[in-house]
Write a protein that binds this ligand. Structure first.
Ligand code: GMT
Length: 372
C-alpha cells in the first residue's frame, strides 16, 4: 500500500507513535509518505520506502495566523496524486483530520482517511468549545477512527456524543529493538553502580506535572543516594530546574534535554517517575517498561491499561507525592523486588504491546477501508 501519514513532527507522543508506525509499515513493504511542516524527530529517511514532504505555509502580511490546515490539505492532495496514495492516516485530530477531510473532497483519486486519536486532541484541545464541533465533525466523517486506549475511546464517545465504530489500537514498541544491554559508560556519567537512577521523560508541559517529579525526589533525597535523570524539554523545564536548585538537589539531578536516542537513557535507568495530571496512554511508561524499568505513575486516563498496579509499577492519585516517594524508596531499597517488577513490566510489553502484534491490526484496518 501507499500510505500518507500526517502528524506533529515535534517532541510529543502522537508524532512518535506515527513515526514508529510509519517505520514498521515501511519495513513490511509499504511505501510511507510523511506530510507535515517539518521532518518528524524519529524519522530516519535512510530507511527504504520512507519519504518526507514538507508543507510550506506562506505567511502573507494580512494573516495574523497562517492557515496551516489549508496548506496541509493542498499538500495532501498534491502528494496523493503524484505518489498515487491509497489512503491517508492522520495522527491527532486537530487540524489534521479536517485537512484530510478537505483533501478527500478535493482529490481526483479515491482518498479515504483514518484518524488516530491520541489524547489531548480530545481531552484538552478538541473539548475546547471553539474546536469541539469541528473535532466531532472530523471524527464522524473519517473513514476509520482508532483510539490508543479504551479510556480515550470512552472519553471520545462521552465528550462528542459520537456513536460510530472506533477501534482501540494501543501504542506499541518494537520488541526486537528494545531491551538491549545497558550502556555502562553512559550510566557512569550520571550514577555510580551503587546509586539507583530514576528517570522522567516528557515534553515538560503542565499536564506532566514535572514539579511533582522534583517534589517526589526531594522527599526521597535524604534517605537514598539515588540520582534523577530528566529527559526532554518544554515550557516547565525552567521552573523545574529552579525548584531543583532551591531544594538543594542540583548535584543529583540531570536535565539532559531532548534526546534522539531515548532508548539509551531508558536502558541505564532503574525506575521511572510519571506523575502526570492525565495520560490517555502513557507512551513514556511503556517505553521504560520495555527496558525492564517499572513506573511510579498516576492512576489517570489510560495509564492503568499499561501499568498494572503492584505488578509492573505502582499507581497513585494525582499529586500524592508523599506516597509516590515512599513507594519509590521502598522499591529501590529492595533490588530483588525492583528487578522482579522490571521483569514483569517487560513481560507485559511483550504480551500486549509489541509492534509485531499491533501493526498488522493497522494493516487490516487499512485493507478493510480500501475494500469497503
Ligand atoms: O502528552 C502530550 O503532551 C503529547 C501528546 C501527543 O499527542 O503528542 O500525547 C498523547 O499521545 C501519546 C501517544 O499516543 C500518549 O502516550 C499520551 O498519553 C497522550 N497524552 C495525554 O493524553 C496527555
Amino acid at each position: 500500500m501507499r500510505i500518507g501519514v500526517t502528524c506533529y513532527p515535534t517532541y510529543g507522543g502522537s508524532g512518535i507513535v506515527a513515526t514508529e508506525l510509519g517505520k514498521e509499515l515501511a519495513e513490511r513493504g509499504h511505501e510511507v509518505h510523511f506530510i507535515s511542516y517539518a521532518q518528524p524527530i524519529r524519522l530516519n529517511l535512510e530507511l527504504p520506502r520512507l519519504y518526507f514532504h514538507e508543507v510550506a505555509v506562506s505567511n502573507y502580511p494580512l494573516f495574523d495566523f497562517p492557515p496551516y490546515a489549508l496548506a496541509l490539505a493542498g499538500k495532501m492532495v498534491e502528494i496523493a496524486e503524484s505518489e498515487k496514495l491509497d489512503l491517508l492516516h492522520v495522527h491527532y485530530a486537530i487540524p489534521h483530520s479536517v485537512s484530510a477531510y478537505l483533501a478527500r473532497a478535493m482529490s481526483r483519486r479515491r482518498l479515504p482517511f483514518i484518524t488516530t486519536l491520541h489524547g489531548t486532541d480530545i481531552t484538552l484541545v478538541g473539548s475546547d468549545r471553539s474546536y469541539l464541533p469541528i473535532t466531532r465533525f472530523s471524527i464522524e466523517n473519517s473513514d476509520g477512527v482508532t483510539a490508543i486506549s479504551h479510556y480515550l475511546r470512552e472519553r471520545t464517545r462521552q465528550e462528542f456524543e459520537v456513536e460510530r465504530d472506533m477501534e482501540v489500537l494501543p501504542n506499541f514498541v518494537n520488541c526486537d529493538r528494545y531491551g538491549r544491554q545497558a550502556l555502562p559508560e553512559l550510566r557512569a556519567r550520571y550514577a555510580r553502580p551503587d546509586e539507583p537512577l530514576l528517570v522522567h521523560l516528557s515534553n515538560f508541559r503542565p499536564v506532566k506535572r514535572v514539579g511533582d517529579v522534583i517534589k517526589i525526589f526531594a522527599r526521597m533525597a535524604p534517605h537514598t543516594n539515588a540520582r534523577l535523570l530528566l529527559v526532554g524539554d518544554g515550557p516547565d523545564r525552567a521552573s523545574a530546574e529552579h525548584q531543583a536548585r532551591c531544594q538543594g538537589l542540583w548535584e543529583r539531578v540531570y536535565f539532559v534535554g531532548k534526546q534522539e536516542k531515548i532508548e539509551e537513557f531508558l536502558s541505564i535507568s532503574d525506575l521511572m517517575l510519571m506523575p502526570s495530571e492525565l495520560e490517555s496512554f502513557g507512551l513514556a511508561a511503556l517505553e521504560a517498561m520495555a527496558h525492564r524499568v517499572p513506573a511510579i505513575a498516576t492512576r489517570v486516563g489510560g495509564v492503568p491499561e499499561v501499568v498494572e498496579d503492584g505488578v509492573s509499577g505502582f499507581l497513585f492519585p494525582v499529586g500524592a507525592v508523599e506516597a509516590m516517594a515512599e513507594a519509590a524508596l521502598e522499591l529501590i531499597h529492595q533490588p530483588e523486588r525492583l528487578r522482579e517488577m522490571g521483569q514483569a513490566a517487560l513481560e507485559r510489553v511483550q504480551e500486549q504491546f509489541c509492534a509485531a502484534a499491533i501493526v498488522p491490526r493497522y494493516e487490516a484496518l487499512y485493507a478493510a477501508i480500501l475494500n469497503a
